[in-house]
Design a protein around this ligand. Structure first.
Ligand code: SF4
Length: 164
């Protein structure tokens, strides 16, 4: 039985910045007016509208759409491609271990007209398991991970929280 509050957003954020993920996990929400959040929402709202069927799974996964037997995740750009890959692997991991569904995935980058298939290999499954353990330790801490400027800070919705 799954006992964690780690959802898809938190899992993805952790790959980009553990401090940002800590904020989400502890329910500190970023500025809703942040332009990049708007852009992300816009890409989601205007892409694949006919095929679109967002599916929520246990309030942890928000699956953008199913393409046949594939779980699809839509991303604004390839900027955080590895994070997107791991987020999708986390979805596949959850579906397999919690729902008994063995599926494959695809990441869609509509603005760049690209897509990438993903298979949950044993190696990837072990990586997800380790990451979940690591995240659980990070989030059980009452303080966020220390400030560390990274190349994503300038476009992060928490920039003012961290650097004002
Ligand atoms: S501003 Fe930088 S350090 Fe702060 S949460 Fe965002 S990416 Fe992380």
């Amino acid at each position: 039985m799954w006992s964690s509050r780690i959802n898809g957003t938190i899992f993805y954020a952790y790959q980009v910045c553990p401090r940002e993920a800590w904020f989400y996990y502890h329910r500190l929400n970023p500025d809703k007016e942040h332009p990049l959040l708007d852009l992300g929402r816009l890409v989601h709202e205007t892409s694949y509208t006919r095929a679109r069927k967002e599916i929520f799974v246990d309030r942890l996964l928000k699956i953008d759409l199913f393409r046949g037997e594939l779980v699809a995740e839509i991303k604004r750009s390839q900027r955080h491609k590895e994070a997107a890959r791991l987020q999708l692997a986390f979805y596949l991991y959850y579906l397999k271990n919690e729902k008994g569904l063995e599926m494959e995935g695809v990441i869609l980058f509509p603005r760049e007209r690209r897509s990438e298939r993903l298979k949950l290999t044993l190696e990837l499954e072990n990586r997800i398991r380790k990451l979940l353990q690591e995240m659980q330790e990070t989030f059980s801490n009452s303080k966020p991970p220390p400030l560390q400027r990274c190349r994503w800070c300038r476009s992060c919705a928490f920039e003012e929280v961290c650097w004002a």
